[in-house]
Write a protein that binds this ligand. Structure first.
Ligand SMILES: C[S@@+](CC[C@H](N)C(=O)[O-])C[C@H]1O[C@@H](n2cnc3c(N)ncnc32)[C@H](O)[C@@H]1O
Length: 305
């Protein structure tokens, strides 16, 4: 999770939350594609925390559309397990903090439902949405309900994004998401390390457009896998620290080469000095000098104390 400094955020990087760069890119790509194709509809986010993903989604809301976010914020959860989850992971969350962050980027707040996501269908009409982000509770029963609600809110071509579909600490999310795929007809379009993007519509055209776009992305890696008879695109950010590592190795090699050069020069100088010393020792004046001092030294050695 990225952390947040006190004071209003100046960029999305300043907002505390769980929204990796590769998913920021994909949200933007999916929402811009809908815009280019003239697909209209509302946006919904279940689980907004301090607004990191909501702020990005809000950029793509057009005139006449509604963006609805649903979060417990500082309210009590409806069951003990969810309350425990809230206390463990989001104890300092307040609606006020979400609103302050959102207002730092947008003039108008989204429609905010403060309460459990099980209430969402009281506020959003069936098949009125084009994009739903499911990122609230990690408990199976809740996520199962959230995905079912998304199925109701989205027409066939709409896009659902499910967070934490494969994290070690969220097996309930994995169970609910893959159950939707195998039982409820959800078709995964692509996956990132954190999110699964899917639709209950045709995945062919959207995957083709996605693959064309991915081919041109230098910072993003992808591959295609076949999963249960369907094509699935795996997308990942290329490691940003790779050039740094290469750079470090290059610098270390340069330092080593310089040290070896200095050592060779020192060895040359030492050899020269030894040679000079040898020729001094062999010189006539040195030998005469030694003889001249040898006698007084011998006498000094015999002096009585
Ligand atoms: C992982 S965070 C959302 C992260 C956010 N989308 C981001 O980009 O940083 C999960 C959010 O779901 C909310 N939440 C958990 N259980 C909920 C429930 N049953 N109904 C509504 N919101 C819930 C929590 O308050 C928390 O803000």
């Amino acid at each position: 999770m990225s952390s947040q400094e006190p004071g209003p955020p100046a960029s999305l990087d300043d907002v505390k939350g769980w929204f990796p760069k590769v998913d920021q890119l994909l949200f933007t790509w999916f929402l811009e594609r809908q815009d280019q194709l003239g697909e209209t509809g509302d946006l919904v986010e279940l689980g907004s925390y301090l607004g990191k993903s909501a702020i990005l989604m809000g950029r793509h809301m057009r005139d006449g559309e509604t963006f609805t976010v649903c979060d417990l914020f500082d309210s009590e959860a409806s069951d003990d397990s969810n309350q425990e989850e809230m206390a463990r992971s989001y104890s300092s969350l307040t609606r006020k903090a979400f609103e302050a962050n959102y207002r730092a980027f947008h003039d108008r707040l989204p429609q905010i439902i403060q309460g459990p996501t099980s209430l969402i269908l009281d506020h959003v009409q069936p098949e009125t949405c084009r994009f739903v982000h499911v990122d609230a509770s990690h408990l199976y029963e809740h996520v199962h309900g959230d995905i079912q609600a998304a199925h109701v809110m989205l027409p066939a071509g709409g896009v659902i994004v499910c967070d934490d579909y494969r994290s070690e600490h969220t097996p309930g999310v994995s169970a609910a998401v893959w159950e939707s795929v195998t039982v409820d007809g959800l078709r995964p379009i692509c996956i990132t390390p954190q999110k699964l993007y899917g639709t209950w519509g045709d995945i062919g055209p959207i995957q083709n457009d996605l693959l064309n776009w991915l081919e041109k992305q230098e910072d993003v890696w992808h591959e295609i896998q076949q999963v249960a008879g369907r094509q699935l695109v795996r997308v990942k950010q290329k490691p940003a620290n790779r050039p740094q590592k290469d750079d470090q190795v290059r610098k270390l090699k340069a330092r080593l080469a310089k040290a070896e050069e200095q050592l060779a020069q020192a060895e040359d100088r030492l050899a020269g000095t030894r040679q000079e010393l040898g020729s001094v020792r062999n010189s006539v004046s040195f030998k005469v000098g030694r003889k001249a001092t040898a006698l007084p030294r011998a006498l000094r050695g015999k002096r009585k104390p």
